[in-house]
Design a protein around this ligand. Structure first.
Ligand code: NZQ
Ligand code: ZN
Length: 387
């Protein structure tokens, strides 16, 4: 196992009918900015319940944070937070609202050029902890894990940029599975696949004898395989949705990634597909992951073999065929929950692979993978196989 530090300060408040507890979770004298997306929280009544739980506090609202939140929109919210001396942010929504709110938390007291916050990759942005506004979340879409991690992704000038800072862990996140019952099926399918791929990008690398991490990862994946199709088909099946929600949070809260290598290749190439072609985040992953593995199966051989046996119970055939069966099963699972698994299914023309390669180059994505040796030539091979 590799050396690691692990600290996750987010207080999870899980279960139904707990929104009234927001009153105890946010300081009584806070000036609160409630952030939300395109209106689902208004349509389904969540926002009203949140506002009523906040009681007599001074509360402002900022709606309209779009999917794949844009820097320009987030700066409008930042201006409001500055003008009204906001001292607590409450994100009510999916990954885009939670991520966007993390950016607002970093930007509000930042005195320099706020767009510079987007160019630090996975390294923490250089901001003092005391200059980051505290935030909480009411998560309405189980997928990204943003509710319990210190990352956000912001769209800016044709790219998607991660931001990371230890002070943007939400102080609390309310996870009420019933608030997700209103999700369209496709968003639930997106959530299943995003969570599944988060686990895999921290698992399908090379063995380091991280037994707790591996077995926890395998447990989350087996859970998603069991409940994924059920929760897509039966939106109000509470237990299935509760298990999806906790799987998605557990997939990217740092636990299974501590002390093991990771390979975020699928995500990094996927971000370019979203930025260029506006394809939903999880759908980019469904189209790319099988191809990443087909191209990199030699480097990942031992873990893919372990994955085949422990996640899919594949024990027949030689090693090569067990790995191929596991890749095929993964692809079929993504299709079973409702996502397409080829780039051409998303109306990308083969010639547009050049645009994707150019974007990867422009964003410095030229040395990906667990070993840092996945250059643009290999990305091209992955994209061609995924087409
Ligand atoms: O905007 P509204 O009207 O709220 O509608 C949203 C949006 O259209 C809707 N929705 C959310 N909750 C709903 C609902 N509709 C009905 N009922 C509900 N309860 O769903 C749509 C998609 O929402 P969005 O927040 O964009 O989806 P998701 O949670 O999948 O977030 C995607 C974003 O997260 C980033 C992605 O890059 C993308 O920008 N990621 C963040 C990560 C992180 N912070 O660690 C990691 C991920 O890999 C990912 O990159
Ligand atoms: Zn993701």
């Amino acid at each position: 196992m590799q050396n690691f530090d692990y600290r996750n300060p987010t207080h999870i408040v899980f279960g139904k009918e707990r929104l009234a507890e927001l009153d105890q979770l946010i300081p009584a004298d806070a000036r609160v900015l409630v952030t939300y997306g395109g209106g689902s929280v208004k349509r389904f009544g969540t926002l009203d319940k949140v506002l009523s739980a906040l009681g007599g506090r001074t509360v402002f609202e900022f709606g309209g944070i779009e999917a794949n939140p844009k820097y320009e929109t987030l700066m409008q919210a930042t201006e409001l937070a500055r003008k009204e001396s906001i001292d607590f942010l409450l994100a009510v929504g999916g990954g885009s609202v939670m991520d966007g709110t993390k950016f607002i938390a970093l930007a509000t007291k930042f005195e320099g050029d706020t767009s510079s916050l987007l160019f630090h990759g996975f390294a923490p942005v250089p901001v003092d902890a005391k200059d980051v506004l505290p935030l909480g979340t009411v998560a309405t879409l189980p997928a990204t894990g943003s509710e319990m991690n210190a990352f956000g992704v912001v769209s800016y000038q044709g790219g998607k940029f991660p931001v990371n800072h230890p002070s943007i862990y939400p102080t609390f996140s309310m996870l009420d599975p019933t608030l997700t019952f209103s999700l369209p099926k496709i968003q639930v399918a997106n959530g299943v696949v995003d969570a599944f791929v988060h686990v895999l990008e921290q698992y399908a690398t090379y063995p380091v004898d991280g037994r707790v991490q591996d077995r926890t990862a395998e447990g989350i994946m087996r859970t998603l395989i069991e409940i994924g199709p059920i929760t897509v088909a039966e939106p109000e099946n509470y237990q299935a949705r509760a298990n999806l929600m906790w799987s998605a949070t557990s997939a990217l809260n740092g636990m299974i990634g501590a002390g093991v290598p990771f390979d975020w290749t699928t995500h990094m190439i996927g971000h370019e597909l979203t930025a260029l072609f506006h394809i939903d985040h999880a759908q980019t992953l469904a189209a790319l992951l099988p191809s990443v593995w087909r191209v990199r199966k030699t480097q990942k051989h031992a873990k893919l073999l372990q994955y085949a046996e422990r996640v899919w119970d594949i024990t027949d055939g030689d090693e090569e065929s067990r790995v191929e069966q596991a890749i095929a099963k993964t692809e079929a699972f993504f299709q079973q929950v409702g996502l397409k698994t080829r780039l051409r299914d998303y109306d990308i023309a083969k010639a547009q692979i050049d645009d994707i390669i150019n974007a990867l180059e422009a964003h410095g994505m030229t040395a990906l993978s667990e070993s840092g040796d996945l250059g643009l030539d290999v990305s091209r091979e992955i994209l061609e196989k995924a087409w």
